[in-house]
Ligand binder design. Structure first.
Ligand SMILES: O=C(O)[C@H](O)[C@@H](O)[C@H](O)[C@H](O)COP(=O)(O)O
Length: 249
């Protein structure tokens, strides 16, 4: 398992470069196997990356009928809420792909509604969907690319420092309460599921991320900097802008 740290001049170029890298990686994977499983992330850079994919002409070279989209976490809100990561991903990219991307290939984390009233039930339903696409004996597909944003506190997905969700084991998903980043109720992949990824890409921009980046890259304790626990089976990429890289790189 290798690790690469790549620094770009600013957040805008980071998003464009990550989009280009993602499209190229999907094309490479599609030359070898199908389907391709991608995990999307919320957050500023995560969504900007999806918007950059939507603008990139290379997107038309991808066979989207063989691409499955998942989420690393979700804000536990009603369907269509503008704060849901799914809503923002649909606005940024998915809707622009139209029929090229079958609706069945978009595996959204279940939204809050009359029948899914708790993050735990949503997490259980999402775990069932992950399992349906998992290889024998696994809880989730071997994600080809797992995109993760990172908060200033080093959280990834909705795995926050000191939170019980960090300890979830033997399960692929977990309900999250009292999230320090609003909204308070979320659903997240666990580290077990994150570690199923062939490639894990952490994307971070801005000076407020520099301390957490330095802690994660130096192998800081995961309970204090959850991003330190991110490892792809084959490769881990840290895709940063100069401000987030700080003096760590
Ligand atoms: O639901 C979420 O909020 C995200 O999944 C979260 O993990 C996000 O990626 C980080 O908080 C970074 O967000 P920014 O890039 O906006 O700082």
């Amino acid at each position: 398992m290798s690790r690469l740290v790549i620094v770009h001049p600013d957040a805008a170029i980071l998003a464009e470069a990550t989009a280009a890298r993602l499209l190229t990686r999907v094309l490479d994977v599609q030359s070898e196997r199908s389907p391709v499983h991608l995990v999307l992330t919320g957050g500023t850079v995560g969504i900007a990356t999806l918007a950059a994919v939507a603008r990139n002409p290379v997107r038309t070279a991808v066979d989207w009928s063989q691409v499955h989209l998942w989420w690393g976490d979700e804000r536990f809100l009603p369907d269509g809420d503008p704060d849901r990561n799914e809503t923002q991903a649909r606005d940024a990219l998915i809707d622009s792909l139209g029929d090229a991307l079958p609706a069945a290939n978009v595996h959204a984390i279940p939204a809050l509604d009359a029948t899914v009233a708790t993050p735990e039930l949503s997490a259980a339903l999402y775990a069932d969907e992950l399992a349906r696409w998992a290889p024998p004996g696994a809880q989730a597909p071997a994600f080809d690319v797992l995109l993760l944003g990172m908060g200033p506190d080093g959280h990834v997905a909705s795995l926050f420092p000191g939170h019980p969700a960090l300890e979830a084991a033997g399960v692929a998903t977990v309900g999250v309460h009292a999230s320090p980043k609003p909204p308070p109720q979320r659903v997240s992949l666990t580290f077990d599921a994150l570690h199923a990824a062939r490639e894990a890409w952490v994307v971070a921009a801005g000076p407020e991320k520099a301390e957490a980046v330095a802690s994660a890259l130096s192998g800081g304790p995961v309970e204090q900097t959850p991003a330190a626990g991110v490892h792809g089976q084959e490769r881990t990429l840290w895709l940063l802008d100069v401000a987030a890289a700080g003096t760590a790189v």
